[in-house]
Every structure is written in structure tokens, then in C-alpha cells.
Design a protein around this ligand. Structure first.
Ligand SMILES: NC(=O)C1=CN([C@@H]2O[C@H](COP(=O)(O)OP(=O)(O)OC[C@H]3O[C@@H](n4cnc5c(N)ncnc54)[C@H](OP(=O)(O)O)[C@@H]3O)[C@@H](O)[C@H]2O)C=CC1
Ligand SMILES: O=C(O)[C@@H]1CCC=N1
Length: 272
């Protein structure tokens, strides 16, 4: 994607909002000066202001200067933000991208009271280094608008288009998934320390091994069990360790955690 001429306003510049901004700049699509970052405590954005981003706490002003609006506040903070920007929304100028869990495109249009195009995107924090898995959905955006959002997120990782009703599932598997895989890597490194490695070496060894495992699947398009079969020598130490993990509920714990996470993701906005 070539450099964009658009201006982006990220309303709610916390963990994911900043990760997105950094990813887009790192990908060379936007200059920091094309991105406005807002949060109520705008002093916390001082370092980003020094890097050239426009920062502040005035959401309506940010909306007026931008054509792409990214909503990145917590679900329970959304309605207040929408109420504040409502008068500044121009349906033929603005494209709204919401990364907020559990809030539908229709919920956003209903709160705004205008028929503005809304696309939901569910990235993860690896977006800051260009390795996000981002799921994209909309109930109303044109093909052109969806393609634009996909192209934007393609610059900061992989993107797939899904049906909107699967967005809470995508939240659990991909956005929360970063934490689940990180915890697995941490557990592996703790095991590594117990069997003889200094903690920092064990962590590096575990992380690189996890990266290799993921790349085997992504680059060879193979199935995990196909690759596992190549590691498990008969009567060997891999199958001994793997079966011990399964006897202790390894796969079951991951599956149950992802199911619970998806259920919770669906209730975050309604719990307001
Ligand atoms: N973290 C993640 O990995 C992912 C998160 N998400 C979704 O992204 C959203 C944000 O999550 P996350 O970044 O973790 O949360 P954070 O709490 O880190 O970020 C939310 C930000 O919104 C700001 N904010 C709150 N109210 C306003 C307001 N009225 N105007 C402007 N800014 C405001 C807060 O700053 P202040 O208090 O100073 O206003 C804060 O910096 C959530 O809806 C979450 O579901 C989606 C994918 C991944
Ligand atoms: O934990 C959360 O609710 C958010 C949504 C996805 C990742 N973090």
C-alpha cells in the first residue's frame, strides 16, 4: 500500500490504539503528523507528541480534522465518546473503524444516530511490530471501504474478513490469544529454568522455539499433528512430555479458556 493521504484520529490511545499508530507509521503508510491520538489524560501521550503525533483530549476536534476514525476505548467508555463526537460526524467524509470488543457496527450507528460507514477490526498487540492477526467485518460498509480497511491492516500483519457475528470469537482467539500464547511461552521458560537454564536464556529459547513452531504451520501450511509426529520418536522423550501435559489437561485448558473468553467478549458492552 502506498503512503496514504488520509488523516487518522485514534480516539482512545491506550494499549491497542498506540500499538496501531506505531504499526502504521512503522509500515510507512502514515507519518506521525497524519495521526491524532486522544485520551482524557493527554499528558500521558507526551512522548508520542515529541515523536510528531498530534495529541490531545479533544475528540470532536480530532474527528473534524480526520477522515478515518478509530474507536479504541474500552466498551464501557464508548457511549460517552460517541455522544461527544456525534455533532462532528459527517457520513460522506468519515469512515469509522472500531476495534472495541462486543460492540456491533449497528450499536455504533444507533448511538451516533447517523448512517455512517462502520467497519469492525480486531487486531492484536503484535500490530506494533507488523505481526498482527486482524479480523475485519462490517454490516454496512461498501466493498471499497472494506478493501481499504483490509489493505490498511495488511500493512501491519495478516488480515481476514469474517462475518460480524464471529467477532467475539475472533477477539478470544486472536486478540486475547496473544496473552494465551505468551503465558504458554512463559510456562515453558519456567520449565526450562527448572531443568538448568538461566531465566533469560530459557525465555529466549522458549520464545524462538514457539516462533519456529508457528512458522512451520504458516510457511509449510501443514497441520500441527503432522509436525508433532516428526518430533515424537518412538518411546522417546517428546511423547513422554506431551502425554504428561495432556494427562494434566493442556489442550482442554486452552479450549475452555478460549470458550470462556469468547463468552465474556460478547458481554463487555452490554454489562455497562
Ligand atoms: N489490548 C488489546 O490487546 C486489544 C484491545 N482491544 C479493544 O480495544 C479497546 C481498548 O483496549 P486497551 O487498549 O487494552 O485499553 P486501554 O485502557 O489501554 O485504552 C483505552 C484508552 O481510552 C482512553 N479513553 C477513555 N475514555 C476516553 C475518552 N472519553 N476520550 C478519549 N480517550 C479515552 C483511556 O485513556 P484516559 O483514561 O486517559 O482517557 C485509555 O488510554 C477495548 O475496547 C478492547 O476491547 C481490541 C483488540 C486487542
Ligand atoms: O481483554 C480484553 O477485554 C481486550 C479485548 C481483546 C484483548 N484485550
Amino acid at each position: 500500500m502506498k503512503k496514504s493521504a488520509s488523516r487518522v484520529a485514534i480516539l482512545g490511545s491506550g494499549n491497542i490504539g498506540i500499538a496501531l499508530a506505531k504499526g502504521l507509521v512503522k509500515a510507512g503508510i502514515f507519518e506521525p503528523a497524519q495521526i491524532t491520538l486522544t485520551r482524557r489524560n493527554s499528558a500521558a501521550l507526551a512522548t508520542l507528541a515529541q515523536e510528531g503525533y498530534t495529541t490531545g483530549s479533544d475528540n470532536p476536534a480530532a474527528v473534524e480534522q480526520a477522515d478515518i476514525l478509530v474507536l479504541a476505548v474500552l466498551p464501557q467508555q464508548l457511549n460517552k465518546v460517541l455522544e461527544g463526537i456525534k455533532p462532528s460526524i459527517e457520513p460522506h467524509k468519515h469512515l469509522i473503524i472500531s476495534v472495541i470488543s462486543g460492540v456491533s457496527c449497528a450499536d455504533i450507528r444507533q448511538e451516533l444516530g447517523v448512517e455512517v460507514p462502520v467497519v469492525r477490526a480486531m487486531p492484536n498487540t503484535a500490530i506494533s511490530i507488523g505481526h498482527s492477526m486482524t479480523c475485519v467485518a462490517s454490516d454496512c460498509a461498501s466493498e471499497e471501504q472494506l478493501a481499504l480497511v483490509e489493505a490498511l491492516f495488511d500493512t501491519v500483519g495478516s488480515t481476514i474478513r469474517i462475518n460480524e457475528e464471529l467477532m467475539t470469537s475472533a477477539t478470544a482467539l486472536c486478540a486475547c490469544g496473544i496473552a494465551f500464547f505468551l503465558r504458554s511461552i512463559r510456562a515453558a521458560s519456567q520449565g526450562g529454568t527448572e531443568i538448568g537454564f538461566h531465566a533469560h536464556d530459557a525465555l529466549k529459547m522458549a520464545a524462538q522455539t514457539a516462533k519456529g513452531a508457528a512458522d512451520l504451520l504458516l510457511q509449510l501450511a501443514s497441520h500441527p499433528e503432522q509436525e508433532i509426529d516428526k518430533v515424537t520418536s518412538p518411546k522417546g522423550c517428546t511423547i513422554a512430555g506431551l502425554n504428561e501435559m495432556e494427562h494434566n489437561g493442556f489442550s482442554s485448558a486452552m479450549i475452555k479458556g478460549i470458550k470462556l473468553s469468547a463468552e465474556k467478549a460478547g458481554t463487555l458492552y452490554k454489562e455497562n
